[in-house]
Design a protein around this ligand. Structure first.
Ligand code: 5GP
Ligand code: ZN
Length: 115
């Protein structure tokens, strides 16, 4: 599995930087965003370093499928029962700040801080 020693989400995935984890398996980590937009704001990341959706190829389809299928389950576990947003920012114009692929799952009762 390829990781980038300078990447903050690789460090979080490796446990070198602490995070509030919601789920973990061999391939995927879910943790709470440090600046949540809403009562529940999870980030789902692959443990392997994939910089963004631009780098995604057919070989990643099972992993991305698992991440998309996992999100709703985790939101339910976090008590989200009235819907949520699913966001992937890609590249500079896409507003991506951390160059390690992540899926935002954002929900909980409104009003939200953002979004
Ligand atoms: P982006 O704008 O790249 O889609 O989203 C990056 C997200 O990562 C932001 O919502 C930001 O709050 C979150 N984030 C950045 N650094 C950290 C960190 O060290 N820990 C956690 N838990 N979240 C982070
Ligand atoms: Zn990374």
């Amino acid at each position: 599995m390829s990781t980038d020693p300078n990447c903050i989400f690789c460090k979080i995935a490796a446990g070198q930087i602490p995070s509030k984890k919601a789920y973990e398996d061999e391939e995927i980590l879910a943790f709470h965003d440090i600046q949540p937009w809403a009562p529940v704001h999870l980030l789902l990341v692959p443990k392997a370093h994939i910089a963004s959706m631009v780098e995604v190829g057919p070989e990643h389809a099972p992993l991305l499928g698992r991440m998309m299928a996992l999100g709703p389950r985790l939101m339910r576990e976090q008590g989200v029962t009235n819907g949520f947003r699913t966001i992937v920012n890609t590249g500079a114009d896409g507003g991506q700040e951390v160059p390690h692929l992540h899926i935002h799952f954002i929900g909980g009762p409104r009003p939200w801080n953002k979004g």
